[in-house]
Ligand binder design. Structure first.
Ligand SMILES: [Zn+2]
Length: 237
């Protein structure tokens, strides 16, 4: 088994919750407060607690929880973890807020055959997150020296990526995957609009960062921006 937390920049850690396949992130402020990004599947909180322990932090030190989007592999552990944490609410983009409050998944892309098929199955949900603080595109959160919200809709209507300028880390969310050390788009059938995913990912090419971190897959250090720009150039022409 790998390390319970991996430092990917000063004060910023990746916490694998299902190997490298599903990651959460912890940003530690100078006063010890922790901002947690994503809560994994329903059973992920135990892994998150272990990850926090390994960096000398307790769930109560987590005063902010931010979700990149309302899918059960990111929001599944949110209600359970929030109850143990020091956070009063969970932050997410406005367009995904009602899905989180009802514990339901946004619609699937009906332009793909598999998406239509999945859309007819009983919707897999997660425990509702009752207190949601809504975020907007471009908002700068006072977290670990500043964390920028980048609205990258498509995977879900309120999907966000996150930029932490101090450490030069970009968290793509599910805008781009890096499973098995190879960048790919998220599965089209699991996006609300695959076309929109592809088009909004372009804004990630214009940001300034050196490390690209992924909710699915290991990070790319140093050359993250170049790698993402290459991927977008290849896939979007
Ligand atoms: Zn995901």
């Amino acid at each position: 088994m790998g390390a319970p937390a991996i430092e990917i920049g000063p004060g910023i850690y990746r916490i694998p919750t299902l190997g490298d396949f599903i990651n959460s992130f912890a940003l530690v402020d100078s006063d010890g407060q922790v901002t947690l990004v994503d809560c994994g599947l329903k059973r992920a909180p135990a892994r998150i607690v272990r990850g926090l322990e390994s960096i000398g932090r307790h769930p109560r030190d987590v005063t902010r929880i931010l979700l990149t989007h309302a899918h059960n592999d990111h929001a599944g552990g949110a209600a359970r973890f929030a109850a143990r944490s020091g956070a009063e609410s969970v932050m997410a983009h406005t367009a995904d807020a009602d899905y989180l409050r009802s514990g339901s998944m946004p619609p699937r892309d009906a332009t793909t055959g598999i998406g239509r098929l999945i859309g007819r199955l009983p919707a897999g949900g997660f425990s509702p997150v009752h207190a949601v603080t809504e975020l907007q595109d471009g908002q700068l959160l006072e977290v670990a020296g500043g964390l920028r919200v980048l609205h990258t809709p498509g995977h879900t209507p309120g999907h966000v990526s996150l930029l932490h300028p101090d450490s030069g880390v970009l968290i793509t969310g599910d805008a781009i995957f890096n499973m098995r050390a190879r960048m790919t788009w998220p599965f089209a059938a699991f996006c609300t609009s695959f076309e929109q995913t592809r088009s909004t990912a372009r804004i990630l090419a214009d940001q300034e960062y050196s490390t690209a971190a992924f909710t699915h897959g290991p990070e790319i250090r140093g050359t993250g921006r170049t790698a993402i720009r290459d991927f977008l150039r290849r896939k979007n022409r």
